[in-house]
Design a binder for this molecule. Structure first.
Ligand SMILES: N[C@@H](CCC(=O)N[C@@H](CS)C(=O)NCC(=O)O)C(=O)O
Length: 207
């Protein structure tokens, strides 16, 4: 088994999907969390694109880009989809949740208070319902929404779903109230034994 070191800041952010994948697969990894002020300036010039996360494999391969990292682990351990079409369907769901994550991010980092409130209103009333409606429709297309996003077993699309919903719900806690299939899917995935244990024990962090 390769050795893995995942380096990121101390938060969920763009590393949590890979942490969830390692957890689901039961694969050991070094979860290296560094400080933005104390550690990052020295490390940044030694990373391929000056960004985190990076995944180091066997001390000699370095992979940047969070979704490339997660896709690599998903493919390696059987969570990418069973054939080309399933893989593409899983990619579509992962990318759509990534878009939602980016939209959510816009509501966090605006400095001007009144602009920030307007961004949050737009996100809550327009952006979020649009994404959730489309994602619930996509979920229902497979087994009426009673199983997984793709095929008949867990893929990285399901892990990306619980990850981004969790991060977004930190500010919009009742956002799934009109989307019962997304809500029950979330519970189904979070109740998988390894994931359940991981979620109970991971650091309590909003983002
Ligand atoms: N598309 C990249 C974006 C990576 C990214 O924006 N990383 C941020 C943290 S979330 C970062 O490294 N910030 C520090 C910096 O740019 O100096 C990915 O998904 O990995």
């Amino acid at each position: 088994m390769p050795t893995y070191k995942l380096t990121y800041f101390d938060g969920k952010g763009r590393a949590e999907l890979t942490r969830l994948l390692f957890t689901a697969a039961g694969v050991d990894f070094h979860d290296c969390r560094i400080g933005y002020v104390d550690d990052w300036p020295a490390l940044k010039p030694h990373t391929p694109f000056g960004q985190l996360p990076i995944l180091e494999i066997d001390d000699n391969i370095v992979i940047p880009q969070s979704l490339a990292i997660a896709r690599h682990i998903a493919r390696k351990y059987g969570y990418a989809g069973k054939d080309l079409m399933e893989q593409t369907q899983a990619d579509v769901i992962v990318d759509t949740f990534d878009d939602l994550h980016v939209e959510f991010g816009k509501t966090l980092y605006e400095k001007d208070e009144s602009k920030k409130n307007e961004l949050k209103r737009q996100f809550r009333e327009e952006v979020l319902p649009r994404y959730l409606r489309n994602l619930e429709k996509a979920l229902k297309k497979n087994c009426g929404g009673e199983g997984y996003f793709v095929g008949n077993s867990l893929t990285w699309a399901d892990l990306q779903a619980i990850n981004i919903l969790d991060i977004t719900m930190s500010d919009f806690p009742d956002m799934l109230k009109d989307f019962p299939k997304l809500g029950s899917h979330r519970q189904r995935v979070e109740n998988q034994p390894r994931i359940y244990e991981y979620l109970r024990n991971r650091p309590l962090q909003k983002l």
